[in-house]
Ligand binder design. Structure first.
Ligand code: FAD
Length: 500
């Protein structure tokens, strides 16, 4: 398998070639490259910046993203990088930081209020500027060609592939790269989306302007014993929320109102309630919550992922998490088409599945506010449904026929078609989420030998939601493609889905 930057095929016109070009080296582009390498795809990633994100931005990675990192063999590495915030999952509130108290942690519960385990992984709090270098290194180690300081300046596509013009800011040279497919993970302003003429729809701005003040101050003594993810500070001088970036020295204060030019050191000392003599403001970034989703996720051989496809307010921590799920969905489909296992029509299911999922996440996010004291709104999706990626695809690559609808206002996964397989332990350390990816798998409730003719890994699952004799066909991205009792059906269904 061709992999890494040094093993390019160079043809007579000096055009480099790869199977998939990923544009953008943020969280989503890097995850896309990792998923593609996991499936053995030759991938080149270009990122115009010299470094990964200098801003902490996203910090909360839900269990679904951790499950994807688990499949990629990265969950432990990510958790190790996240160790500074390991005990910071609670919320807090107070007039000032010194007066703040921790709020109780919410745990997932079943219908009778009993605690339940929703995933083999726990959520993870890790700042984006810590996580991105981990993913970048992992992508390189996995054999992706990762080229920072390299900008996509233009592209064109034809029936056979995408021809990209790249500019290397380090050498000042331009070059061409030919790829079978391209993934635009080039962020909210996505030059690729604009070049394709893809519009966005949605509520647009969904709240007033805000500023994020990123600062350094040693507050470890102040927060010790009251560690938090977010602390809502209600001081009238500058109400806002304080986010732990490393829980000791690095912090982001999010204040409403778009005023950048304020005496932030003085205001911060007031809302912290301590002199903090070493306090140093690193940046003040204005931003506005927006809800916008691309009208098409795919155009020929080019597919949008992450913020290029959807932007949403950060109040449900879904922006990056939704993008990581895009990468997981798209990766196996591109790999199946590139290997000839699937027809190109399989890729139509990327838009059919992930665009409604992007709408759902953006809609849910834009109907929430940043208020850590608010009780969950029963008309909105259960936060654990959002965390577990429990969105049921309305159309896509799964079996036809009547589909039982998965509720969203309560966490009640039941192995329904077009949803993520619910987590159950099959053996110590082996979850139902571990049996598919990079390949397909079967989870069966009876004798595995009855299903052997399907030529797929078969796992016996003793679960409350499976009737005797029933089985689930699970796609490489853990989505249930079929459910039934006919032992000859899974292979046929899979073949039909791969044919598009
Ligand atoms: C304050 C804040 C808090 C947030 N908290 C959370 C959270 O807790 N959880 C969560 O899931 N999400 C959160 N988000 C959202 C999250 O940060 C974004 O959804 C995520 O960073 C998007 O990643 P991306 O890779 O799609 O885009 P980006 O991170 O924007 O990356 C796109 C990259 O493409 C590059 N690029 C653009 N054009 C080109 C080109 N022509 N050639 C080469 N490279 C190019 C850019 O330089 C950039 O590096 C938060 C956002 C903010 C602002």
């Amino acid at each position: 398998m061709v992999a890494g930057c040094t093993t390019y095929i160079v043809n007579v016109q000096s055009t480099r070639e790869c199977q998939v070009l990923v544009v953008g080296g943020g969280l989503v582009g890097l995850t896309t490259a990792l998923v593609l390498r996991h499936h053995g795809v030759d991938v080149t990633l270009v990122e115009k910046r010299a470094t990964t994100s200098p801003q902490p931005k996203a910090r909360r990675f839900h269990v679904r993203s951790m499950e994807i990192f688990r499949e990629l063999g990265l969950a432990e590495t990510v958790r190790e990088a996240a160790r500074d915030l390991a005990e910071h999952d609670r919320m807090a509130v107070g007039r000032t930081l010194v007066e703040a108290r921790q709020l109780p942690l919410r745990h997932p519960t079943g219908s009778a209020g009993e605690p339940i385990e929703i995933s083999p992984e726990l959520p993870c709090l890790v700042a984006q500027d810590v996580l991105e270098p981990v993913l970048r290194q992992a992508a390189q180690d996995a054999g992706a060609c990762v080229r920072f300081r390299t900008e996509l300046t233009s592209f064109a596509q034809d029936a056979d592939g995408v021809r990209a013009e790249l500019h290397d800011h380090r050498t000042g040279r331009s070059s061409q790269l030919r790829a079978s497919f391209a993934v635009a993970a080039d962020g909210a302003r996505s030059p690729v989306r604009s070049a394709l003429g893809i519009d966005r729809s949605g509520r647009g701005a969904v709240g007033g302007p805000n500023v994020n003040v990123y600062f350094h101050a040693d507050l470890s003594d102040v927060v010790r014993g009251r560690e938090f993810n977010l602390c809502q500070l209600e001081h009238p001088a500058a109400p806002g929320a304080l986010a732990s970036v490393d829980g000791r020295f690095r912090w982001v204060f999010m204040a409403s109102g778009g005023e950048v030019e304020r005496d932030w050191p003085a205001l911060l000392r007031t809302v912290l309630g301590v002199p903090a003599p070493d306090l140093e403001v690193r940046s003040v970034l204005p931003w506005r919550p927006e809800m916008l989703v691309a009208d098409r996720y795919s155009d020929g051989r080019v597919h949008l992922a992450g913020d290029a496809a959807h932007v949403m307010p950060p109040f449900a921590a879904l922006g990056a998490n939704t993008g990581i799920a895009d990468a997981h969905n798209l990766g196996w489909k591109l790999a199946a088409v590139l290997s000839g296992e699937a027809a190109p029509a399989l890729l139509d299911s990327y838009d059919a599945e992930r665009r409604p999922a992007g709408w759902f996440a953006a809609d849910q996010s834009s109907r929430r506010q940043l208020d850590v004291t608010a009780e969950p709104d029963p008309t909105l999706a259960d936060p654990f449904v959002l965390a577990a990626g429990g969105y049921q695809y309305p159309a896509g690559a799964f079996a036809d026929g009547p589909v039982e609808v998965e509720p969203v206002t309560e966490f009640a996964p039941a192995g329904r078609i077009a949803t993520r397989i619910p987590h159950r332990w099959l053996d110590p350390g082996l979850s139902t989420l571990d049996i598919a990816g990079p390949g397909w798998a079967l989870a069966v409730s009876d004798d595995p030998r009855r299903w052997a003719a399907n030529d797929l890994p078969v796992h016996r699952l003793d679960a409350d939601f499976l009737a005797p004799g029933e089985a689930l066909l699970i796609r490489p991205d853990d989505v249930i493609a079929w459910r039934g009792t006919d032992p000859t059906a899974p292979a046929e269904v899979r073949e039909k889905l791969l044919a598009g």
